[in-house]
Design a protein around this ligand. Structure first.
Ligand code: SER
Length: 318
């Protein structure tokens, strides 16, 4: 991995992954791909090349790949779960037609491709506790349907054409840099902002609803380590279960209260997000990722909470 195109570089993962790749590969071209209206700014814009990279425009992607001699594509363009339910056709167009464009270019120009999958690739009849790597995947949401299809299509391009596709099934990602937008796990980010800003938090996910989560530094590590893994050791490719922690709203609330004792939270009903959350695993088994490419998260709920609160206090001067 030397010259990399990050599609969706101003999004929740892309904004931090682009900077991390520039830190780790200073000799490479790490191109921040974006769509008009979501332009890179500040250090993301100034620290390396950027280009308009719309996944639905194959010719535009091919031009960038030639210009910067791209060998690896991080395909991070996607609508998150709740937004995808509101705009299912747009989600299909970005997630599926976009991936097909990328895989075809990757086949022709010999690029490796990472397209994140998600806990959303599982559904109501998947075993919810310690969800195995290989199990039933019958999601009911458009987000989930596109994620399973992305996994299958990526594996197909590997087995049929030898395109080096690899990916992970991310849990909810928690970061203090760029906010997620329209996901079901967003509450686990929003809760820290409310707590640090001294606001009462209206939690849209009900007590007792467990989901896997991960702190962004670990997610970046997963993105990079899987692409650097020795292919000889990979039994699976698209996609590996990866997780770092599993909690419900009460557990994270109690963890925050250790640092901010007067933090208050109440529950509000959000039937769309609740139904999605109920259909997802409570906790995933990520032992295949651990065995095949050495996956091991650094942060747990306690250490993530210390870091999140310190970072947000600094940012908001609290
Ligand atoms: N964080 C995503 C969502 O909630 C799941 O992959 O939609």
């Amino acid at each position: 991995m030397k010259n990399v195109l990050v599609i969706g570089s101003t999004g929740q993962i892309g904004s931090e992954l682009t900077m991390e790749l520039r830190r780790q590969i200073p000799e490479g071209n790490i191109v921040a791909g974006y769509i008009p209206g979501a332009e890179p700014k500040g250090v993301l814009l100034e620290s390396g090349p950027s280009a308009v990279a719309d996944v639905t425009n194959a010719a535009q992607l091919a031009e960038i790949i030639d210009k910067y001699k791209i060998d690896t594509i991080y395909n991070l363009a996607a609508l998150l779960s709740a937004v995808a339910e509101a705009k299912p056709l747009l989600a299909w167009n970005i997630q599926m037609n976009g991936l097909l464009n990328i895989l075809e270019i990757a086949r022709e120009k010999k690029c490796a491709v990472f397209t994140p999958s998600s806990i959303g690739a599982f559904g109501p009849n998947t075993p919810h506790v310690n969800t195995p790597q290989d199990t039933i995947q019958r999601p009911k949401t458009m987000y989930g349907i596109t994620k399973v299809s992305c996994e299958l299509l990526s594996d197909y391009y590997f087995s049929k054409y030898g395109v080096d596709t690899r990916s992970v099934r991310f849990p909810g990602l928690i970061s203090n840099v760029t906010l997620p937008g329209g996901g079901t796990t967003d509450y686990a980010v929003d809760i820290y902002y409310a707590a640090v800003e001294g606001r009462d938090f209206a939690c849209p996910i009900q007590a007792g609803t467990f989901m896997d989560m991960m702190y962004m530094p670990d997610a970046l590590k997963a993105c990079i380590d899987i692409m650097n893994a020795d292919p000889a050791h990979l039994v699976h490719r698209n996609s590996f279960n990866v997780t770092a922690m599993s909690f419900d709203p009460e557990i994270i609330r109690k963890e925050i209260i250790k640092h901010i004792p007067d933090f208050k939270m109440h529950y509000v009903a959000d039937p769309v997000r609740q139904a999605i959350a109920d259909s997802w695993p409570d906790s995933m088994d990520d032992s295949c990722a651990r065995h095949e490419w050495g996956w091991k998260p650094t942060y747990n709920l306690e250490t993530m909470t210390v870091d999140m609160i310190a970072a947000l206090r600094k940012r908001f001067g609290k």
